[in-house]
Ligand binder design. Sequence first.
Ligand code: HEM
Length: 206
Amino acid sequence: MPKITRKRVHPWPVRLCHWLNVMVMVGMVMSGWGIYNASPLFSFTFPKVMTLGGWLGGNIAWHLAVMWLLFANALFYLIWGGVSGHFKRRFFPLSLTMAMSEIGRALRFKLPHQQGKYNAVQKLLYVTVILLGALLVLSGLSIWKPVQLSWLVALFGGFDTARYVHFFAMSGLTLFVVVHVVMVLLVPKTLPAMITGGRREESDDE
Ligand code: HEM
């Protein structure tokens, strides 16, 4: 008779932080686009339906409120990920050469996916998005409190440059989300485990 076992693929802190982060990102990006529209850096603005808050004051209020959720969630994820060994186990060793060769295989749909074990392309994308998130937060802090954090503004090369850094980090993160969601759609069996945490395994023993 087949024996059914459940294997834990994603522990609860990863799932909790991941799905909270999805909501946080939607709130931050949509309210951020509203703020951008009030003083655009480029010759385009974002459609109003893609913004959150209704007017500039509302956009800013949402951006700063959701920011605290982002802060708490990111802090918990980073501390837990470091202390539990999650980052070390799942994201490393990470090699750029391995990721490059795997990107080629991924584009030819020849990259096998093993549940609970990230391939080099995923490792590279996840580590990059965490670093991009840090850049986004730091550049955001410097344009939020440019007087108190003048040293940070100086590190970015000035207030205007920090604004561009913030915009491009948001663009990189948005691009990550598009690639990430396409990857999930291509390998949809990864999704249930990110929701429930585990997967059912049938084995023939006994
Ligand atoms: C609706 C949108 C999203 C879906 C459906 C989704 C789905 C998933 C799935 C299924 C995994 C596990 C992949 C696997 O086991 O191979 C995963 C992992 C991950 N996702 Fe997402 N994701 C979404 C949005 C995001 C966003 C917005 C971010 C960050 C900006 C993000 C960052 C990550 C990271 C960093 C991991 C690895 C987590 C860890 O192991 O610590 N995802 N996602």
